[in-house]
Design a protein around this ligand. Structure first.
Ligand code: ADP
Ligand code: MG
Length: 416
């Protein structure tokens, strides 16, 4: 017979310990759980109605840390002490990010090119793991505040295409935030779970998950059969996302203003970055955008924007073609195309993907929340519910051992 705990203080039945799903995003992070009554996944919302926590960490002069929406304005006013896109640095050496260093407005330490990067804020040095743990701590506190109960167990999602060092870094960040990370799951796998795909054991489907977020692009081809999710192939680009769309607008505006570089005025640089993002988001629903910047009127039309970003969108389609090739499939084999990530709200993105796969894309679940919602579904499976479901993943990168002369003998080929 099952034992049921009763909280003597409140008289209420004690719930089994909550396991939450966390989408630790490059740009935005959020937490989701299964609603105890409806049994449906929900993203946890603050009183202001927003489920999204910007993945931004600000350090003040006294070493105090602020995370999320409160930290975001410092991107403009205090850029050197405000860290964004820390996820891009996870498990990376300076060599890995050297060519992209211009992107970061804060100081990345480069004393040893092969060791893992550190970020310098004032006279303190932070690893990307520590920075990510600040975000996870903020998410944990926020959720505990909303649920009014301790939350210590979580699943955290990661892009499908990252290596084991980066996965381990994500686990370590969770541990540092006081979370027992029960599992690291691939974002596209989580997304398909949020769409309820695979819940019907008789369902047989081959799906494409197109995820364009703020900093990374992933395409995954999954086969769902008998409640089993199998990743047939993954591809992507860890330096391609909404940030690049923003950058296209920044470069366009700098051209118009005849400015070559804003390197010495980091606050202006950030201000322009935020204005560009505002323009991009507006252009998802309008044909024209206008704003003021440093006393100048700046504007952009949807048509110009689409011309600027066409090559970026095409790059993602090249990744799609590679993933299709690796999976050994024809376009007609794809039954469903899922849209994931805030940047899939851009009409040109949606249309291009739809044209490529020759079908209407599936975008009914909020693209900002879909990954966290799926992580919550998986958390529920781990709690012992939905036991007929099983997740089967593949290795996105070849695994092997180093042999003489620094060569690698592959033991498990990519996509096994
Ligand atoms: P990540 O998974 O990388 O954290 P998200 O999925 O949260 O990213 O997507 C963030 C990106 O989505 C940002 O670049 C943001 O500007 C972009 N974005 C959000 N809403 C829109 C919109 N309505 N139109 C275009 N881009 C959007
Ligand atoms: Mg994401």
């Amino acid at each position: 017979m099952a034992k049921i705990g009763i909280n003597i203080a409140t008289g209420s039945l004690q719930q089994p310990e909550m396991i939450v799903g966390i989408d630790l995003g490059t740009t935005n992070s959020l937490v989701a759980m299964i609603h105890p009554e409806t049994k449906l996944p929900i993203a946890l919302k603050e009183f202001d109605g927003s489920s999204i926590v910007p993945s931004v960490v600000h350090f003040d002069a006294f070493g105090n840390v602020e995370v999320g929406a409160v930290a975001k304005p410092y991107l403009e006013t205090d850029p050197v002490n405000t860290i964004f896109s820390a996820k891009r640095l996870m498990g990376k050496s300076y060599n890995d990010i050297q060519t992209h260093q211009d992107f970061f407005a804060y100081k990345i330490i480069d004393d040893n090119k092969d060791s893992l990067v550190k970020v310098q804020v004032g006279n303190q040095f932070y690893s990307p793991i520590e920075l990510s743990s600040h975000i996870l701590t903020a998410l944990k506190n926020r959720v505990e505040h909303i649920l009014k109960t301790p939350v210590n167990k979580a699943l955290i999602t990661v892009p499908a295409y990252i290596n084991d060092t980066q996965r381990q870094a994500t686990r370590d960040a969770g541990k540092l935030a006081g979370l027992d990370v029960l599992r690291i799951i691939n974002e596209p796998t989580a997304a398909s779970l949020a769409y309820g795909l695979g819940l019907d054991p008789s369902e047989e489907k081959t799906i494409a998950v197109y995820d364009l977020g703020g900093g990374t692009f992933d395409i995954s081809i999954l086969r769902i059969s008998g409640g089993v999710f199998e990743v047939l192939s993954t591809n992507g680009d860890t330096y391609l996302g909404g940030d690049d769309l923003d950058r296209a607008i920044i470069e366009y505006w700098m051209g118009l203003m005849k400015i070559d570089s804003l390197d010495d005025t980091k606050s202006l640089k950030q201000q322009l970055r935020l204005a560009a993002e505002e323009a991009k988001i507006a252009l998802s629903n309008a044909s024209h955008f206008e704003t003021n910047f440093a006393g100048e009127k700046l504007s952009i039309t949807k048509e110009i924007f689409e011309n600027l970003i066409a090559s970026i969108v095409d790059k993602t389609m090249d990744c799609c073609a590679k993933a299709m090739k690796d999976a050994g499939l024809k376009l007609a084999d794809i039954n469903t195309v899922l849209m994931v990530g805030g940047s899939t709200r851009v009409p040109l993105v949606k249309n291009t993907v739809s044209k490529y796969f020759n079908q209407a894309v599936n975008d009914s679940v909020n693209p900002d929340e879909v990954v966290a919602l799926g992580a919550a579904v998986q958390a529920d499976i781990l709690s012992g519910n939905n036991q007929n479901m099983l997740l089967l993943d593949i290795t996105p990168l070849s695994l092997g051992i180093e042999t003489m002369g620094g060569l690698m003998d592959v033991l498990l080929p990519r996509n096994s």
